[in-house]
Design a protein around this ligand. Sequence first.
Ligand code: 5GP
Ligand code: ZN
Length: 136
Amino acid sequence: MKDTNCIFCKIANGEIPSKTLYEDDNFRIILDLGPATMGHALILPKEHYANLFELPDETAGEVMKVAKKMAGKMMERLGCEGLNVVQNNGELAGQTVFHYHMHLIPRYRTDGQSIGWKPQEISSEELDKIYRRICQ
Ligand code: 5GP
Ligand code: ZN
């Protein structure tokens, strides 16, 4: 299914041109127009899924395969020394385009970016409580 109001549907299906690094029947990988670092790319499924929770299992598996392939190529060709795989779900988590996409962000020693979080302290009781909430 495509969403006629979705910019990533249009890009993924070639209705809006993009700098395409890779394309197959199910995915297009493009360069991000607001890159965090040199080579920042986005993997877009051609079908419209708003987020990870809507993604069919098969597509979820396939996206990791194309990510692995492209990430390896980027490491080799761009001379980056690391690479972040980022995928935001929901506005609170930083998602701004509501068509599932995975970010591949090459990292360079001097790129000036920091992609991470501030670790909090947690007690073993709290860990147990959270474990029970998720698993029991
Ligand atoms: P999100 O914040 O939803 O995880 O990521 C959206 C990403 O899409 C951002 O990194 C933003 O720069 C990129 N982006 C938004 N609109 C366009 C566009 O029209 N073309 C391309 N290539 N990237 C876009
Ligand atoms: Zn879409």
